[in-house]
Design a protein around this ligand. Sequence first.
Ligand code: AMP
Length: 285
Amino acid sequence: MREKISVIRNADELKTWTRQQKLAGKTIGLVPTMGYLHAGHRSLIEAAVKACDVVVVSDFVNPTQFGPSEDYATYPRDEAKDLALCDEAGASVLFVPTVETLYPNGQDSAWVEVNHLGDHFCGAQRPGHFRGVTTVVMKLLLLSHADKAFFGEKDYQQLTIIRRMVSDFGVDCEIVGCPLVRESDGLALSSRNVNLKGNARKDALVLYRGLLAAKALFASGERRSEALIEAAKNVIESVAEASIQYIEVADPDTLDIFKDKTGERVQMLMAVRVGGVRLIDNMRL
Ligand code: AMP
């Protein structure tokens, strides 16, 4: 029978545990999260459980990926619920580090810098965000001795950047991308959805509807970037409370932006603020 999940809070303790697993010949899966887990996270954990002997889920709201005016303080947290979900999904360890155990030297830390992939989209609007992400993910990869690490396509730019980081540093870990999970009405699952109050929950559907409008136009043969972006924009701008931060079409592998005409493989990426909540979404057209 599978052992009950354990909680580890200390970096050295995690490192020792994962090293022991390695020595025992076990393969290790890692699922990094910021907690407040939902069915999207669960799909990653289930994929990890299927592919690996033991699975570590990390639950850490990483302060270094938030800007000073962002929602670090109000980011939702619920460790007890997260633990129950991880246990049910078959994870072995929930790693809930303190800030001090992951950043023992505070701001005076070594950082993993991001290449040009971090300049566009979310990176342009959230300076330092991806440096915080790559740094914490590198720490987690090293502490967990993971053979495979699982990331959602929900954060498409993040996944692309992490793939590149792992390849550039020669990290011996396979990065597995998992499909974006949506609510039945199309809203991309996100921990931040809990902050969509009143009409904002319904208004938030414009991201999905905008993506579908662009996808339909693409299917009809349209390849002009501007026309595809316009199709999504028109839908989103029909809701007064939605304000677009960016919408772009890009190569799905390199994330190079199609300025004029697209190719045949196209990823549309967007960030939109709805009722004060910043939401991101993306879709293969
Ligand atoms: P977060 O806790 O939001 O930092 O997300 C942790 C991991 O879960 C990341 O790899 C996300 O891409 C992934 N994730 C979040 N939401 C979804 C979703 N709706 N579908 C699939 N993966 C997701």
